[in-house]
Design a protein around this ligand. Sequence first.
Ligand code: SAH
Ligand code: DHB
Ligand code: MG
Length: 221
Amino acid sequence: MPDRIWSQVDDYLEDHLIGPDPVLDEVLAASDAAGLPPIAVSPLQGRMLHLLARAVGARWALEIGALAGYSTIWVARALQDGGRLVTLESDPRHAAVTSANIEQAGLADRVEVRLGPAARGLSELATVGAQFDFVFIDADKRNTWTYFDAAVGLCRGGALLVVDNLVARGDLVATRDPNAGGMRSFVENVGNDPRVEAVGIQTVGVKGHDGFALALVVGGS
Ligand code: SAH
Ligand code: DHB
Ligand code: MG
């Protein structure tokens, strides 16, 4: 079973590369206890987001889709002193679990959980002239391009945007459902967007076969 060896490899890498983290264990336990689905990024993926945010020296970060705040915490911990993360979450139950988890993680001073549809949050952020260095997009997949397009407009040059669930078991090229259609629309638009240079990378691991898109803001209009 390929899934089993993928998980074994993830376990091995996690054992050697990521130390014990009782806070994050608690976050996942609280998410399960609240009945939220187990669809957060994996620990290794969380560490990857953390390292990418650090690599771009992120001070201001934006997340779209918080769930229980697991990815939120990985990214928030990467921010430079005085940094802030805004996470947009439309489900009040998810937002409440996220806020509690952020508090538990000691990050309430630098994370703002903004309840409401991402489209509304993005237009509010535009009116206040937000300038982000790092963005993680992980909400309703069919609107990925809309969120990405708006988020790039809220980024400084050199910012990095990461999009989760690009491949979704191959649905990207193999199904007609609205989520897959949304991801295709994202890929096809981003490939013609002079503001960014982008790549898509397939992944395997505890979450099965999936992938990320990465896009660097390079200018253009
Ligand atoms: N980033 C999280 C997982 C997010 S799951 C992690 O890896 O830990 C996707 C989340 O997006 C869910 O919590 C869902 O409620 C939220 N979501 C779905 N549609 C949304 C919308 N239109 N606006 C904001 N959040 C949305
Ligand atoms: C699933 C995984 C995700 O990372 C996500 O954001 C939404 C759904 C899933 O496996 O169903
Ligand atoms: Mg995801």
